[in-house]
Write a protein that binds this ligand. Structure first.
Ligand code: ADP
Ligand code: MG
Length: 410
C-alpha cells in the first residue's frame, strides 16, 4: 500500500499544502497514469515527481538536460532527506550509486538524456524496481520547443522498454504545437496533459523601442532596486554591458558560456547571494537558478520567441513580490531574425516565421501585453491587466495628451 502523500508533504517537504495543479499531477502519477504537466517556472514541478518518489515503491529515474541543474536538485532533495543520486560522467562515485540503486536504496536517480541509448544503463534499470520516469524540461524533445535537444529523442525506446513504468513529462514553456509534439514523442495520451495557469500577475511587462540601449538600461536600473538580470545578445555584449552598468555603482557581473567555468560559477553564486547585483548574461544563464527575489529582467534586444521571452522574464519575482520585465527592441532585431530564418532548413522556415510574427505582434501591440502572452499559451485574459505599459499608459491617450499640449502651447 503506498503511503498517503499529504502527511509526507508536511513532514518531508515542510509545505502546508499542494499548490495549484500539483495535486492533480501527483494524483495521476500515483495512479500510474502517463502525464504531461505544463506549469510555469516556480510553480513547483519538482515536487510532482519528488513526492511520488518517496511514496512509491522503487526508484524514480529523472531525466534532466544539464548537469548543473541535476546537482542543484540533488542538493535540495538530499537536504529534505530524500535518497537521491546523480549518474553522470562527472560523478566519481558511479559504482557506489549503481550499487545503491541495485539495493533499492534510491528514491531518485538523476541522469542525462544521452544515458538513454546506453545499453548497460538499460540493463541496469532492469535490476531493481522502477517507480517512475520523470522527464524534466520536456520541451527539449520537440523541434518546436525553444531548446531542442536531439538526445531527448533517444528516450522513447527506453521508455517503451519499460511499458509498465509510468511517465511524467514536465515543462514550463510549451505552446500548443510543442505540447502536442511532446505528447506524441513521449507516448502520453491527450487526456494526460495538465496545464497550469500562466499568469504572473506580479510581473509588470514593458516593451520599448531601443534608442541607446545601454543608457536605457542604466536608467531602468537607477529606478529599480534589487537584483536583476540583463539579457544581452552576445557574449561580448554581456561584458560591455556589465562594464557600462558598473558605473551606476551597483555591483555587476557578466555571465556567458565562454567564461572559464570557475568564474562562471562564482558570478552565478555571487548573484544568487546578492540583494542588488545586476548580472549581464546570455540566455545560457537562468535555467535551474533558484533565486526567488529577482526584481527585474531586462532584454537588450529581442528574445528568440514568445516562449523564450516568457521563460526568461519568468525568472523575475518568483517570490510573488512586484517585479519588472522590460524589453528593448529594434527593427534591426527583426531583420537579423529574418536573415537567420533564411538559413535554417526549409521545412522549419514556415514555423519560424509564424513565431517571429507572434513576437512582432507582442512588441507592436497598442493593447495589453499580458493578454497576448497568455493567449499564446492558451489562457484566457481580460482586455486590461492593469500591470503592463500599455494598460497603465494607453498609447492612444499619451498621444492625445501630447497633441493637446502642443495645441495649448501653440
Ligand atoms: P519549477 O521547477 O516549476 O520552476 P520548483 O520545483 O523549482 O519549480 O519549485 C519552486 C519553488 O516552489 C521551490 O522553492 C519549492 O520549494 C517551492 N514549492 C514547491 N511546491 C510547493 C508547495 N506546495 N508549497 C510551497 N512551496 C512550494
Ligand atoms: Mg524545475
Amino acid at each position: 500500500m503506498p503511503r498517503d502523500p499529504l502527511p509526507l508533504l508536511h513532514s518531508t517537504f515542510g509545505f502546508p499544502g499542494f499548490r495549484g495543479v500539483q495535486e492533480s499531477v501527483v494524483t495521476r502519477v500515483l495512479a500510474g497514469e502517463n502525464t504531461l504537466a505544463v506549469m510555469p517556472t516556480g510553480a513547483g514541478k519538482s515536487l510532482c515527481y519528488q513526492l511520488p518518489s518517496v511514496v512509491l515503491e522503487g526508484t524514480c529515474v529523472v531525466v534532466s538536460p544539464l548537469i548543473a541543474l541535476m546537482h542543484d536538485q540533488l542538493r535540495a532533495a538530499t537536504a529534505v532527506g530524500i535518497r537521491a543520486a546523480t549518474l553522470t560522467s562527472v560523478d566519481t562515485d558511479q559504482m557506489k550509486t549503481i550499487a545503491r540503486f541495485r539495493r533499492g536504496e534510491l528514491d531518485l536517480l538523476y541522469v542525462a538524456p544521452e544515458r538513454a541509448s546506453n545499453m548497460a544503463f538499460r540493463e541496469l534499470l532492469t535490476q531493481a524496481p522502477l517507480a517512475l520516469f520523470a522527464i524534466d524540461e520536456a520541451h527539449c524533445v520537440s523541434e518546436w520547443g525553444h531548446d531542442f535537444r536531439p538526445d531527448y529523442r533517444l528516450l522513447r525506446p527506453l521508455l517503451d522498454h519499460f511499458p509498465h513504468v509510468p511517465r511524467l513529462a514536465l515543462t514550463a514553456t510549451a505552446d500548443k504545437v510543442t505540447r502536442d509534439d511532446i505528447l506524441d514523442q513521449l507516448g502520453i495520451p491527450r487526456e494526460g496533459m495538465i496545464v497550469a495557469g500562466f499568469d504572473r500577475p506580479n510581473i509588470r511587462y514593458t516593451i520599448t523601442p531601443k534608442d541607446n540601449t545601454t543608457r536605457q538600461i542604466a536608467d531602468l536600473i537607477a529606478e529599480t532596486p534589487g537584483a536583476g538580470i540583463v539579457y544581452c545578445q552576445s557574449r561580448a555584449g554581456t561584458e560591455k554591458m556589465a562594464e557600462a552598468l558598473a558605473r551606476s555603482g551597483r555591483p555587476t557581473r557578466a555571465y556567458h558560456a565562454g567564461l572559464d567555468p570557475q568564474m562562471r560559477a562564482r558570478n552565478q553564486a555571487d548573484f544568487v547571494a546578492s540583494e542588488d547585483m545586476v548580472i549581464c548574461a546570455t540566455v545560457a544563464f537562468g535555467m535551474g537558478i533558484d533565486k526567488p527575489d529577482v526584481r527585474f529582467v531586462a532584454h537588450a534586444g529581442m528574445p528568440k520567441s514568445i516562449e523564450s521571452y516568457y521563460q526568461e522574464t519568468g525568472r523575475a519575482g518568483r517570490d510573488g513580490d512586484p517585479a519588472v520585465a522590460h524589453l528593448f527592441w529594434g527593427a534591426e532585431d527583426f531583420a537579423k531574425a529574418r536573415q537567420r530564418i533564411g538559413e535554417v532548413e526549409p521545412a522549419r522556415q514556415q514555423g519560424e516565421r509564424v513565431r517571429l510574427q507572434a513576437l512582432g505582434a507582442l512588441v507592436e501591440t497598442p493593447g495589453c501585453r499580458r493578454k497576448i502572452l497568455l493567449k499564446h499559451f492558451g489562457d484566457d485574459a481580460p482586455d486590461n491587466c492593469g500591470n503592463c505599459d500599455n494598460c497603465l499608459n494607453p498609447p492612444g491617450a499619451v498621444d492625445a495628451t501630447e497633441v493637446a499640449k502642443k495645441v495649448l502651447s501653440a
